[in-house]
Design a protein around this ligand. Sequence first.
Ligand code: URA
Length: 242
Amino acid sequence: MERLQKVIAHAGVASRRKAEELIVEGKVKVNGKVVKELGVKVGPNDKVEVNGIPLEREEPVYFLLYKPRGVISAVHDDKGRKVVTDFFPEVTARIYPIGRLDYDTSGLLLLTNDGDFANLMMHPKNEVEKVYVAKVKGIMFRETVKKLEKGIKLEDGMTAPAKVKVLSTDKKKNTSIVQITIHEGKNRQVRRMLEAVGHPVLKLKREMYAFLTLQGLKPGESRELTPHEVKQLRVLATKVKK
Ligand code: URA
C-alpha cells in the first residue's frame, strides 16, 4: 500500500506536491469516491482517477546496477554530478535506488519503481544480507575480527553482529582485504565500523545483495532482475526471523 499522492506522482500525472493539491481540491477519486484527505493509502487493485481520468499505473520494474565509484545514489543531484539513474537513459519508469551506496563505494545496487518492494528490502528487521569487500589500512588481527563479529558501538547505536573474513594481508603496504557481511543499512556503516576498530577504509565494494551477485557485469552496466529473483527476494525478506 502506498500513499495516494505518491501513486499519482509515480504515474507521472503531477509532482508529489501538486498531487496533494489535487487531492485536497477534491479532484481525485478512489474506487469511485472522492478522497480529500492526504493520509489515504491505496494498493495495486484500487482504481484511482484524477479529474475523471483513470490513472495509468506504471508497471513495476527491477534493475541490478554495478555502480561505479564517483556516482551518487540518487535520481537527481543539485550540483550536476552523475547519479545512478543516468545509467538507465532508456528506462521511462520512475526508478530510484533501494537504499544507497556512498559516492566512493562501488558495487551492487538495486533500483525499482516499486515502493513496497523497496521498503521490504530496506527494513532492517527483514535482515537482507549484503556482502562487502573492503581494502583497509593496517593488518587486521583475529581480536579485531571478533570485535566486529560481536557488534560495534557507533554514535547511532550498536551494530548487529557482522560476519567477517580477512581475505588477505599485505605487510609491505600495511593493508588488508576484508569481507564483511551485514544486514543493516546505517549511513556509511561499513566505513564507520572499520574506522571504529582502527582500520580506515581505502576502497569499498558491495559484492552481494542477498543471493544476487555482480556476475557478468562491468562497472556502469546493469540488468533487469528476473521475475523469479524478485519473488525469491520477497520470500527471503518476509521469512519469519527467530
Ligand atoms: N557501508 C558504507 O560504509 N558505505 C556504503 O556505501 C555501504 C555500506
